[in-house]
Design a binder for this molecule. Structure first.
Ligand code: EPU
Length: 331
């Protein structure tokens, strides 16, 4: 393993960012080597996946590791399900497509989400009616004492777009264990997906149909990071009390049940606050989905943070709802 100084960090926001020290981790043995290096040199240690959900300051202190561990391995298989361990460095969409090819179902609603498998549990990725937490059996980590162990799903503290892993940067996620079904069970309750599936000729949509519709919906609405640098949703959908939710509904906003509370659409708040398609210099809100902030060229981290602060302040002034960052801000 090659640990380099001034390590250039890959990210989908088009930001130039260098870590004081950095390396790629491809094998379990690299994890311990990186831990030894950080301890010996008294450096903090941070791990990144493919950099699709992070906002990076120009300089990051300490040792930053890009996790590249590969492998999709069946641990156990029965007639109706499969237990599969997937390396943290596998590209998420590759896993979704590979699963469909092998006749494993459950991940199809999560097609085309950018990022790596190891990053998926951290923010509990979710889209079109499915959250990854539903399919995870456990997350394999190496802790700060070099111990390898599995964090079982019940201990992962999965909630909307978060988990215990957000607060445990000392745990290095090396693989994720999923239980996938061999019998298709279509989840089509998300209204936009349901409408798209109804337009298909087939009476009973297949898991492949679901993946195809999700891919088409995402391509229509969300900017492709390869063309327009972005990190997906920039803010979380705010969770509010029943009282606040009802008051917002009376003001024309959609509300979604969320346990004993309501969830508001951050996209709708940003849209109604007047920011849809607004661009300042090289930073702007995407016109088809204003929840996504785009770096149209040479925006710096500070430009993005200043623009996003303006958006959040404007939403707060008009609706007294505080938007929270969805990606992680690393410095
Ligand atoms: N809306 C507007 N104006 C717009 C766009 C949307 O008012 O310009 C409203 C609409 O009422 C729409 C609602 O917002 O019904 C929800 O929009 P969408 O279906 O795009 O979902 P979202 O809640 O904005 C979430 C996830 C996305 C995920 C989609 C689809 C979060 C923070 N975001 O967005 O995830 O793809 O649902 O399931 O939960 C990501 O995390 O990076 C991401 C893209």
């Amino acid at each position: 393993m090659n640990i380099q100084r001034e390590y250039l960090l890959e990210n989908t926001f088009g930001l130039t960012s260098r870590a004081q020290w950095g390396c790629a981790i491809e094998h379990l043995t690299d994890v311990v080597a990186a831990q030894d290096f950080s301890e010996k040199n008294n450096l903090s240690m941070t791990c990144l996946g493919s950099g699709s959900n992070v906002i990076l300051q120009p300089k990051l202190a300490g040792l930053v590791c890009s996790i590249r561990i590969q492998g999709i391995n069946v641990i156990e298989e029965s007639t109706d399900s499969v237990l599969v361990e997937v390396g943290a460095g596998v590209v998420w969409h590759t896993l979704v497509m590979e699963s469909l090819k092998r006749g494993w179902f459950g991940l199809e609603n999560l097609a085309l989400i950018p990022g790596s498998v190891g990053a998926a549990p951290v923010q509990n990725i979710g889209a079109y009616g499915v959250e990854v937490a539903q399919l995870i059996v456990g997350v394999n980590i190496v802790d700060g004492f070099r111990d390898s162990r599995q964090i079982k799903r019940k201990d992962c503290q999965f909630v909307y777009r978060s988990s215990i892993f957000r607060s445990r940067p000392d745990w290095i996620i090396v693989s994720v264990v999923f239980r996938l079904s061999k019998l298709p069970a279509i989840e089509s309750s998300y209204p936009e997906l349901e409408r798209a599936l109804k337009d298909l000729p087939a009476a009973e949509p297949s898991a492949q149909n679901v993946a195809d519709c999700v891919i088409a919906l995402r391509r229509r609405k969300l900017p492709d990071p390869a063309e327009f640098a972005n990190v997906g949703s920039f803010f979380k959908n705010p969770i509010v009390t029943i009282e606040v939710g009802s008051a917002m509904q009376n003001r024309g906003f959609k509300i979604f049940a969320h346990g004993q509370e309501y969830k508001l659409s951050a996209a709708q708040l940003i849209d109604y606050a007047g920011w849809k398609g607004v661009r300042h210099g090289d930073v702007g809100c995407w016109a088809q989905q204003p929840l996504v902030i785009v770096n149209f060229g040479a925006a710096r981290c500070a430009d993005i943070l200043s623009f996003s602060k303006d958006v959040a302040n404007s939403v707060f002034e008009q609706y007294q709802i505080q938007l929270e960052l969805e990606p992680s801000l690393l410095s």
